[in-house]
Design a protein around this ligand. Sequence first.
Ligand code: ADP
Ligand code: MG
Length: 386
Amino acid sequence: MSLPLDARQLAARFDSVFGSAPDGVWQAPGRVNLIGEHTDYNEGFVLPFAIDRTARVAVRLRPDAGIRLLSTFGNQGLTTADAGSLARGTARGWTKYPLGVLWALQQCGLPVRGLDLLLDSDVPRGAGLSSSHAIECAVISAFNELSGAGLEVQDMVLATQRAENDFVGAPTGIMDQSASLRGAAGHALFLDCRDQRVRLVPFDAEGAGLVLLVIDTKVSHSHADGGYASRRAACELGAEVLGVKALRDVGLEDLEEASGLLDPVTFRRVRHVVTENERVLRTVGLLESTGPAAIGPLLDASHASMRDDFEISCPELDLAVEAARSAGALGARMTGGGFGGSAIALTPASAEQGVRAAVEHAFAAAGYTAPAIFRVRPAAGAMRLA
Ligand code: ADP
Ligand code: MG
């Protein structure tokens, strides 16, 4: 991947494409979910962090309703649209995300004018790091400030959710954009998906002599596919049979009784959600009391639960996790929706090269496509750059 453009370079590129300087440049990060998978739609807990990979947009509002969009990636050329006639099902490729945000703001009753926008991003796409929300959060931050809309962060969280759900057609929750908008360097974001309360939790891996590696298996996933929908359906069925509003309301102590009430597959889906919620709470407790080096076993247990109970892993993810752990990672797990995407490995800095080599070697020996392995740091949320 080519080096990301900094704010000055992006503004200069904007000027040469659109003929004058942008009003400003904003950025928003992708995210890694440290722990808490498939808990969001069960009104449970998640613990993502914003990463030091961002989408950046240079934007200028226009006096008319015209919209012109260009990205530094691909060869799609300029996309034009009209703020007066945004409609579902009309946008293609990455332009779904900025247009979806503008559409969602209109649905909220805000007047949306036209704009010119140039996008650059170094968030790997389709790797489970939420490159789509990085774009949406950069765009909504820019629009909010330039238009004087005065949206609170939570308004922006809900508007980007609406863009993803109703315009893009991806049934996602609020985790990704919450991390992208609210993240802070050296911290993870503890999010209660029931009441949407948030708390920053210290997660300074580097300060503890650790690195957080992302292992992108390059196996493609799609949230819209049947696996995701069937897991949601199993959770809904489990909650209904157990007589609770959401699986959030089921505790570890309820599992024994639940096993007698549910069919075996639904029971295992429920057990994943219940134990995963517990692991998030324990991870938060350990980060606040002891530090990042203590959470490895919880990451490992999370992976085992997704592999065996929720059944959303795949051979490449399992291999990445196994190879990383046997080369000295303190803990490793798949992250994101599953069926591909990325794993994370919390690794002592001294073992980083060994872990990288072990994973690469294991993939080559298995005949898999070479993975991309890179470090991520817990980084700041969306902000204006220029
Ligand atoms: P994720 O959000 O997990 O990365 P999605 O499928 O939700 O995966 O979003 C990926 C889509 O976002 C791509 O198909 C593309 O349309 C768009 N996209 C985001 N970043 C980039 C990029 N740097 N280059 C090209 N397309 C991108
Ligand atoms: Mg996405």
